[in-house]
Design a protein around this ligand. Structure first.
Ligand code: CO
Length: 186
């Protein structure tokens, strides 16, 4: 049985690192020392909730570690999860579905992205044990997006050249000021 988020101690929320910072393009390190995880996870949850996100990767708040959190319970009654996912590997994927994505590190830019519909991942939980679990719907989508972050990949990397051109100026604005001068949905 995978533990739901067991962390309750309140910590400060952290600033979300925005597009343009090199840590978002870095492949993170495997988590080996689990003693620091509870405190990091606690601050990640504070940050995700404050920002109304349904997932967050550790390198979005400055930690070069293979750690992500998701909470999709508000978005999907049947397949929603609240989980801490450490050292995740996608071991199986199937189907294909287009869904709209956004990213706390790339504010006010959203786009329809095609990805596998269902995934099975192998990962460690905060108890250091290994688990395999299948996800679909919004949770599958959120986990794939966060695993990409941990590999230095962003959802905008999937866009066509034409669509990338449409957001070029906005990306520059985000890297300079943290926000684009106008939002866009592609
Ligand atoms: Co993101």
């Amino acid at each position: 049985m995978i533990q739901e988020n067991p962390i309750n101690n309140s910590t400060d929320c952290l600033p979300v690192i925005k597009y343009g910072e090199s840590i978002l393009r870095t492949k993170v390190r495997t988590v080996k020392d689990f003693t620091i995880i509870p405190e990091i996870v606690s601050s990640m949850y504070e940050t995700m909730r404050y920002e109304n996100g349904n997932g967050l990767a550790a390198n979005q708040v400055g930690w070069d570690l293979n750690l992500l959190i998701i909470d999709t319970r508000n978005h999907d009654d049947e397949n929603g999860y609240n989980q801490i996912i450490i050292n995740a590997k996608i071991i199986h994927s199937e189907g294909e579905i287009i869904m709209e994505e956004g990213c706390l590190s790339i504010p006010n830019i959203r786009a329809e992205i095609k990805r596998p519909e269902t995934i099975i991942i192998k990962f460690q939980n905060i108890d250091q044990k290994y688990y395999e679990q299948k996800y679909t719907g919004i949770t599958s989508r959120a986990i794939q997006h966060e695993i990409d972050h941990l590999n230095g990949k962003l959802f905008i990397d999937y866009l066509s050249q034409t669509k990338r051109m449409l957001i070029k100026k906005r990306l520059l604005e985000i890297s300079k000021t943290g926000n684009p001068s106008s939002g866009i949905i592609l």
